[in-house]
Design a protein around this ligand. Structure first.
Ligand code: CP3
Length: 351
C-alpha cells in the first residue's frame, strides 16, 4: 500500500487552514548573507551562470533549507530571466544591480520577440527537478516570476531607479504600445510558470516589487489586471494552482488586489496596518510577511518584539511568516536563527 503524501503546512495555509505555528521562509533566502552562497557565486563567475547551471542553482536553493529548516524553498533564479528569454541581454554587474539595453521607444517594443524562447529556461526547470528530488516532502517548493509591470520597469529603463520613472512616463505617453509589452510578458510568464509547476514547483509567487509607485487607476491596469490574467492563464492549464502575489507598497489597494487577481495569498510589506489587513485581506486570502528586514539586521530585543507583533497581529489567521521584502546581505546569520526559533517557539525547533 502506498503511504499518503506527507502534509505541507505551507500548502495547508494557502488552502485555507491556519496553522498553530506559521510556516516560515524568507524572501531572497538564498543570497549574499550566506558564506556558502558567496563561495558558489564566485565559482560560477557570473550571476546568470549561477542561475542557468542546474547543479549550482539547485545547491544554492537548498543552502538556506539545510541551515534553517524553512518550510519552503524558492528556486534560485531571477525575475529578469524572462526578458533574457525574450532576447533582451541581461547583465548583472557587481554592486550595480541588473543592466539591460533600454527598451525605450515604441519601435523597439514593436520589434520585441512575440514569444519567449523557453529552451533558455530549461536549466531552471532542471534545477527544480533536482531540488524536488532532494527536498523533504513536507517542504514546499516555490517557483516564481516577476509581475509584468515590475519586469517592464527594468526593461524600459535598462536598470533599477529610485521610482521607476522611465516606465511610468512611457506608460502615460504610449499606453497602447506599453500594453503590447505587458501582453507579451503576461504570455511569457504563463508559459514559464506552467513549466515550473510541471518541473516540480508546488506553488508560485509573482513579485510586483514596483507596484507601489502606481496611482490607483494605473495600479488597476498595469498590476492587478495582468496579474489576474496570469493567474487565470496558469489555472487554465493547471486547475487549482496555488499562487501568492507580492504587490509591494500597494497599501490601501491590497484588498482589491486580493479580491480581483484570484491569488491564494498576498505577501505584505512591513508598512501594512494590521487591523486593516486582518479585516480586508486576511479575511479573504492567506497573508505572508511582514518583518522589516532592518529589524532582522538589528537583532536582539527589537527583533523579538517585531516577531511577536507579527504573531500577535496575524497568527490567529492564515499566516506564512516572512520578511516584508528581501533579506539584506549584511544580516547576521545568528539573527535569522533567533527569528526562526522565536516563531517556532523556543523549544520546538523541530515541528
Ligand atoms: O529569493 C530567493 O532566494 C530566490 C532568488 C531570487 C533572486 N532574485 C536572486 C538574486 C528572487 C526571488 C529574485 C527576485 C527579484 N529579482 C526581484 C523581486 C523581488 C525583490 O527583491 O524585490 C527583483 C526586483 C529582481 C531584480 C534584481 N536581481 C535586482 C534589482 C538585483 C540587484 C539587487 C541585489 O540584491 O543585488 C538582482 C540580483 C540578484 N537576484 C541577487 C540575487 C541573490 C544578487 C546578485 C548576486 O548575488 O551577485
Amino acid at each position: 500500500m502506498t503511504q499518503p503524501a506527507p502534509r505541507k503546512p505551507f500548502m495547508d495555509v494557502l488552502s485555507g487552514e491556519a496553522q498553530p505555528i506559521p510556516p516560515i521562509w524568507m524572501m531572497r533566502q538564498a543570497g549574499r548573507y550566506l558564506p556558502e552562497y558567496r563561495d558558489l557565486r564566485a565559482k560560477a563567475g557570473s550571476f546568470l551562470n549561477l542561475c542557468f547551471t542546474p547543479e549550482y542553482a539547485a545547491e544554492v536553493t537548498l543552502q538556506p533549507i539545510r541551515r534553517f529548516n524553512f518550510d519552503a524553498a524558492i528556486i534560485f533564479s531571477d525575475i529578469l530571466v524572462i526578458p533574457h528569454a525574450l532576447g533582451r541581454a541581461v547583465r548583472f554587474e557587481a554592486g550595480e544591480g541588473p543592466q539591460l539595453d533600454p527598451l525605450d521607444t515604441p519601435a523597439k517594443i514593436q520589434a520585441l520577440a512575440t514569444e519567449a524562447d523557453f529552451t533558455t529556461l530549461e536549466p531552471v526547470y532542471e534545477a527544480l527537478r533536482r531540488v524536488r528530488a532532494e527536498l523533504a516532502p513536507e517542504i514546499a517548493l516555490i517557483g516564481f516570476c516577476g509581475a509584468p509591470w515590475t519586469v517592464a520597469t527594468y526593461m524600459i529603463a535598462g536598470h533599477g531607479t529610485p521610482d521607476q520613472a522611465p516606465a511610468r512616463l512611457f506608460a502615460y505617453r504610449e499606453p497602447d504600445v506599453f500594453a503590447q509589452l505587458i501582453d507579451r510578458l503576461v504570455e511569457a510568464s504563463i508559459g514559464y510558470l506552467v513549466g515550473q509547476l510541471a518541473a516540480g514547483a508546488d506553488v508560485l509567487q509573482i513579485f510586483d516589487t514596483w507596484a507601489g509607485v502606481l496611482p490607483p487607476a494605473e495600479f488597476e491596469r498595469w498590476s492587478i489586471e495582468p496579474t489576474r490574467r496570469i493567474v487565470e492563464g496558469v489555472r487554465a492549464k493547471v486547475p487549482g494552482a496555488k499562487i501568492i502575489g507580492f504587490p509591494r507598497g500597494a497599501g490601501a489597494l491590497l484588498p482589491s488586489y486580493a479580491a480581483r487577481t484570484g491569488v491564494n495569498g498576498v505577501s505584505i510589506d512591513w508598512a501594512a496596518e494590521p487591523s486593516f489587513i486582518r479585516d480586508h485581506v486576511q479575511n479573504r486570502v492567506a497573508v505572508q510577511g511582514n518583518l522589516d528586514p532592518l529589524a532582522l539586521i538589528a537583532g536582539g530585543a527589537a527583533l523579538d518584539r517585531a516577531v511577536d507583533d507579527i504573531l500577535a497581529n496575524y497568527g490567529k489567521g492564515r499566516l506564512i511568516f516572512n520578511l516584508g521584502h528581501g533579506i539584506q546581505p549584511q544580516t547576521p546569520i545568528a539573527h535569522v536563527e533567533r527569528m526562526v526559533a522565536r516563531v517556532r517557539g523556543s523549544n520546538s525547533g523541530v515541528r
